[in-house]
Write a protein that binds this ligand. Sequence first.
Ligand code: PMP
Length: 428
Amino acid sequence: MTAYKDRSKEELLQEKSQLEAQYKEFQGKGLKLDMSRGKPSAAQLDLSMGMMDVLDSFTDLKCEAGIDCRNYGVMDGIPEAKRLLGELIEVPADNIIIYGNSSLNVMFDVVSHAFTHGIMGMTPWHKLDKVKFLCPVPGYDRHFAITEYFGVEMINVPMTPQGPDMDLVEKLVSEDEAIKGIWCVPKYSNPQGYTYSDETVRRFAALKPAAKDFRIFWDNAYNVHHLYDEPQDVILELLSECEKAGNPDMVYKFSSTSKISFPGSGVAAISASKANLDDLRTHLTIQTIGHDKLNQLRHVRYFKDIHGIETQMKKHAEILRPKFEAVLEILDRELGDLEIGTWTKPHGGYFISFEALDGCAKAIVAKAKEAGVVMTGAGATYPYKKDPHDSNIRIAPSFPPIDELVQATELFVLCVKLVSVDKLLENM
Ligand code: PMP
């Protein structure tokens, strides 16, 4: 197929009228499909139903330390849960605090703590004229929502397949004391599915920030979320790299079992240096008398150890992989030669990132919506929802059943074609 940019005006007009006819057909189908959020499907949730049976009224509900999990207490998490989450986060159990049901909640709390009380005795951020965060883009909308909520100025840093542009990160953090953090999804990033290279991780560990309370917000949400047995992406463990580089306190690592067991009913944890964890405990001991230990116990008794989690993730992959492959097959088949978009082909995670022609993303998402398919809002992958090129669209294949996903993707590529034809005609 000839690339759209190499077609004459007449050819494009002809293509447009064909595409419009196809679009009308789609509109007639009365579709109501959702490809907007990275939620697991019901079939994936079913994989964890056995967890409902591991605790019943006859179960011994004492944890390893002999403490009754039905009662208050144990601020950091029960020892066996710290061990399990430690394996997941790849740090010793001592470097962990187990929180509640959501890692996003922990990230919010940590930022909130920095604003109200300051990090490790340093000036609370609310007393500063300006607080800035670096935001690798495209990125996760809910990270950006947290920093926007606290009035943080967010600075875009371009992503590459190896991670954020580290020349820019190094330069900015070393020059500007107002830069207090950076949001990172280091493995199977949201939305591109990129994994940071060893060099990127080492450069993170060796950063020389102007601000002593600069922290890397390392959200390892997709650490074990592979789509394939081979290849599987691997990253260096940042906490130990930071220690080696003489920056032990520079990172907070976040993790949860949300997309391993049940989103909203999983177990979340933070990992950091002892000094950072002690600092967070001052906040935590006021905030709660202890998190949900029965849920911690349920997770440990169900998964037992990291091998149990890995086995579960293979089952998730069996459900997710055909969905990713179906979307990629349609993108390749329908858009492969047209030069009106590029997309990522991740080995794991929950998303495919689509780059449309500049100035087309909003119109594509709107067109898909008009025909009954909801995509993640265009712009959502950028701070303040402002995509400077209006080109990035996040595709979330996980939730719809595969037949619906195929229909939704067929419509999506049609919308990409329609909007691109219009754009090219406009510029002729
Ligand atoms: N971080 C990233 C990068 C995510 O994509 C998600 C879920 N979409 C979360 C965190 C949310 O995690 P939790 O359920 O633990 O709050």
